[in-house]
Write a new protein. Structure first.
Length: 193
């Protein structure tokens, strides 16, 4: 695909021309191809070449946290007696005021609570980002996208040619259909005719 003049934007911070769907990250201080967001957890930007790994990370985190809830919940149900007084550990600063002595029941309450938070947050993030993938969008773009080519092609755009098996391992090589610079859009289909 050939670049048209309207396919180039100018970054005032980097002071150079950048391709469409490229945004400047104030934290990394560089323009990122198809930048979705800056992930503070991994201390890097999620963009064209690593977006699929971020999404699979969210899937694995959700699944592992859910599995941990089942394991801890079952063990707690079978082996640990939790009293109402064990729930006081969830009150902020309670441990500082009364001391750091934790009972087994309190430890399991904390573990269950942390895993409930982890599974909720990672699942909500995964649903949000998969919806963006479904629509052919990144976080910076509005709800209508000229890059939405349907579910299957949008999945291929993010996860590569072997999108259906990349969830198994991050080491599966799956070539992306675009290089992050040249993007075909609905408008481009009319330019070539």
């Amino acid at each position: 695909m050939t670049c048209f003049p309207e396919d180039i934007m100018y970054c005032t911070i980097c002071q150079c021309d950048v391709p469409l769907r490229c945004w400047h990250c104030d934290i990394c201080n560089v323009c990122i191809l198809t930048r979705d967001h800056h992930c503070t957890f991994s201390t890097t930007c999620v963009g064209h070449y690593n977006r699929r790994y971020f999404l699979w990370f969210l899937l694995y985190l959700s699944a592992a946290s859910f599995y941990e809830i089942i394991l801890i919940g079952y063990y707690t149900y079978c082996k640990v007696t939790i009293k109402f007084s064990d729930l006081v550990v969830l009150v902020p600063f309670q441990s500082i005021i009364t001391g750091f002595h934790l009972t087994v029941g309190q430890i399991f309450v904390v573990l269950l609570t942390l895993n409930l938070i982890a599974v909720t947050m990672s699942s909500l993030l995964l649903i949000y980002h998969l919806d963006k993938v479904r629509k052919g969008l990144v976080s910076h773009e509005k709800q209508e996208s000229s890059y939405d080519f349907g579910l299957m092609r949008n999945l291929e755009t993010v996860f590569g040619e072997k999108w259906y098996i990349t969830w198994i391992s991050p080491f599966i090589i799956s070539k992306l259909p675009y290089n992050g610079i040249d993007w075909q859009s609905h408008v481009d289909q009319y330019k070539t005719k």
